[in-house]
Ligand binder design. Structure first.
Ligand code: FES
Ligand code: FES
Length: 174
């Protein structure tokens, strides 16, 4: 029983982690075992959200944000995990990435993978369950309001996210 690996998916690839890695934080596993260094480690105590990845419990489940610094590998059985590397589609940037660039949302960029993944999750939730425009600011606050940017790019992140989310509101869906 103890030797049954911990099975999960990362960006569509099946992973069987040995139980000896069960105590590792997901962010360390991504960096050290999978060579995926895009997810950033900062506070390590669940406060800054630089380490945000997206997870869901099966293809039909709702996507959620997960703090990879505070999530041990042995809690991942059956989960699908998506990191910033998983957003890549060939050599093209997603509209989400283009919007962050267009609005000069980031400076050093250390917080950007966390903002990208939190926004990606938010946009998917809005696509599945459209809200009215008057509810959008609250939804953005809930989706990314706890992500910390030490370079204080909040207003520009907000502008980019609002531009992406506005067409998904009920008033703008035709
Ligand atoms: S590194 Fe700060 S919340 Fe994970
Ligand atoms: S751009 Fe530097 S921490 Fe956000």
């Amino acid at each position: 029983m103890d030797n049954i690996p911990i099975s999960f998916m990362v960006n569509g690839a099946s992973i069987d982690a040995p139980t000896t890695d069960g105590d590792m934080a997901l962010v360390d596993y991504l960096h050290e075992r999978l060579g995926l260094a895009g997810t950033k480690f900062c506070c390590g105590i669940g406060e800054c959200r630089a380490c945000t990845v997206a997870t869901r419990n099966g293809p039909n489940a709702t996507m959620q944000t997960t703090l990879s610094c505070s999530t041990p590998v042995d809690s991942l059985n059956g989960l699908e995990i998506f990191t910033v590397e998983g957003l890549q589609q060939g050599d093209k940037l997603l509209p989400l990435q283009q919007a962050f660039l267009k609005h000069f949302s980031f400076q050093c960029g250390y917080c950007t993978p966390g903002f990208l993944m939190a926004t990606w999750v938010l946009l998917q939730k809005l696509q599945l369950s459209p809200i009215s425009e008057s509810e959008l600011d609250d939804a953005i606050e809930q989706g990314v309001g706890r992500n910390i940017c030490r370079c204080s790019g909040y207003v520009r992140y907000y502008q980019a996210i609002r531009e992406l989310a506005l067409p998904l509101t009920r008033e703008h869906l035709s």
